[in-house]
Design a protein around this ligand. Structure first.
Ligand SMILES: C[S@@+](CC[C@H](N)C(=O)[O-])C[C@H]1O[C@@H](n2cnc3c(N)ncnc32)[C@H](O)[C@@H]1O
Length: 214
């Protein structure tokens, strides 16, 4: 399987019409946790087992991974979890517009692809448009959680969200970064980074009461 795909290639610019929450979930009114770049899906599978009164959606641009995750999910009979193939920068906004206002409670973006070269920065997933799509669907106190083991990438995400009028960084007192993942389930990359003793940078942002203006 390819390690990376170029999200800006023509193929991934085609907007996909994704199934609505009523089709995806048995209890479609439950609060939603959305994981961007869900990869092998283990993080959401564990969360979905632990929290049957939430719905979880993993969005992933590498289609073979989505098929793999869906096979695992079906085998485990988890009906509060779904994995969807798409480029979130192209197709997420429309999918979110179908949710009840305030139903989107959590978004996680964990160890996104770094795209180190300056000329590739524009391939990075967190952009103002994506943030605005999330802000539009989230009511007060909804949360966005980031983590990465690459400081420059973490900083580029926090710089983007710090410019948004819709989110405030959670105050950690004396700490600069959260020392734990708040969901008590580690992602694959998080486990790898911990094993290699790499630093992990984490932050939580909370949706404030500012009304969304287009
Ligand atoms: C480095 S992996 C991290 C996977 C997982 N979150 C973890 O922590 O183990 C980043 C994932 O984001 C996916 N991804 C990158 N850009 C994306 C996009 N525009 N839309 C959806 N998924 C994307 C990649 O295919 C990859 O699986």
């Amino acid at each position: 399987m390819r390690q990376h795909v170029n999200p800006l290639s023509q193929f991934f610019q085609l907007p996909l019409s994704l199934p609505s929450k009523n089709v995806l979930f048995r209890e479609s009114h439950y609060p939603i946790h959305l994981d961007i770049g869900s990869a092998k899906g283990e993080f959401l599978i564990e969360l979905a087992k632990k929290s049957p009164d939430w719905n979880f959606v993993g969005f992933e641009i590498r289609e073979p991974l989505v098929s793999l995750c869906e096979k695992k999910r079906i085998k485990l009979e988890l009906d509060n979890l779904k994995f969807l193939f798409c480029n979130v920068n192209v197709s997420l906004d429309e999918w979110l517009s179908d949710l009840d206002y305030g139903q989107l409670k959590r978004v996680s973006i964990q160890f996104p692809d770094p795209w180190f070269k300056r000329k590739h920065f524009k391939r990075r997933v967190l952009k103002t448009n994506l943030l605005n799509s999330i802000a539009k669907s989230m009511s007060k106190n909804g949360e966005i959680f980031f983590q990465s083991d690459i400081f420059k990438l973490f900083e580029s995400m926090t710089n983007t969200i710090d410019k948004s009028r819709y989110f405030n960084r959670k105050d950690l007192g004396n700490l600069s970064f959260m020392d734990q993942n708040p969901y008590n389930v580690k992602t694959d990359r998080e486990l790898f980074s911990l094993k290699k003793n790499l630093p992990i940078y984490r932050a939580m942002y909370i949706r404030n009461s500012q009304l969304f203006i287009d």
